[in-house]
Design a protein around this ligand. Structure first.
Ligand code: ATP
Length: 229
């Protein structure tokens, strides 16, 4: 029976852990947050609250013996590096580390991650495929709690960067794409607009007048944001 370790139970980590457990694999799930561990204890073989940068704690919980470890401790790159290195030092044959940007990805690969995943970018690319075909969101499976919506960027957001608007921290929703109207002129000299889609925008990307925001979030958070907008 294959055994997996999931380190860091944010949305990505907990989703992976739950899916593996559902497939019948043994899952050791760890996080420093008590509540996250409590949630994971409902489906994981072992769920333990610990600081994953502490080698001894990871060893005690049996992480050394897993077939694969998923490192998803969040945006703190130093923690991701340290935990990835500890896992490789344990001799875990497959260490998969989550990165949020290409630089993080390069660093994690360099220090030994066997595979680096970019869930937000990958999700964005998937979405782009669906946006490029008719029937936009039809094939994206969104759970009963989560929805993907398109909203016209409110004027208060225009001219601001994604970092400044900070949708995730303020409203709990993730911006997965921006649809941007690019003005042009056709062969008859008439003004035209083509649509440019920025997938997985970075915090430095700016929201312009006329943009459409494609957002992923809990239904209640999205509804709350819609009202504010
Ligand atoms: P997402 O929620 O989309 O996956 P994310 O990768 O930024 O985003 P977070 O929501 O920040 O992830 O979740 C990271 C998880 O890792 C949190 O639950 C946090 O408690 C846990 N974590 C961070 N550092 C450590 C650590 N040193 N030891 C154990 N758990 C940690």
């Amino acid at each position: 029976m294959k055994q997996f370790g999931v380190i860091g139970l944010g949305r990505f980590g907990i989703t992976v852990a739950r899916a593996l457990a559902k497939k019948g694999f043994q899952v050791i799930a760890v996080d420093s947050d008590e509540e996250k561990v409590r949630i994971a204890s409902e489906f994981a073989t072992v769920a333990v609250q610990l600081d994953a940068t502490d080698t001894t704690s990871l060893q005690k919980v049996g992480l050394k013996d897993v077939d694969a470890a998923i490192v998803a401790v969040g945006e703190d790159i130093s923690a991701s590096i340290l935990v990835t290195m500890i896992c490789k030092d344990f001799g875990i044959p497959m260490v998969i580390s989550k990165a949020t940007d290409p630089l993080q990805g390069k660093i994690l690969a360099k220090i030994g991650a066997d595979r680096v995943v970019f869930p937000e970018r990958d999700m964005g690319e998937k979405l782009a495929e669906s946006l490029a075909s008719p029937g936009i969101f039809d094939y994206i499976s969104v759970s009963k709690d989560y929805s993907i919506v398109e909203l016209s960027a409110p004027t208060t957001f225009c001219g601001k960067t994604i970092g400044e608007v900070n949708l995730r921290a303020k409203y709990g929703v993730t911006l997965i794409a921006i649809k941007h109207k690019v003005p042009g002129i056709d062969e008859r000299g008439e003004p035209t607009f083509t649509e440019d889609i920025i997938i997985a925008p970075t915090s430095k990307d700016e929201i312009a007048t006329g943009d459409t925001l494609v957002l992923l979030g809990k239904v209640k958070d999205v509804e709350k944001l819609k009202k504010i907008i």
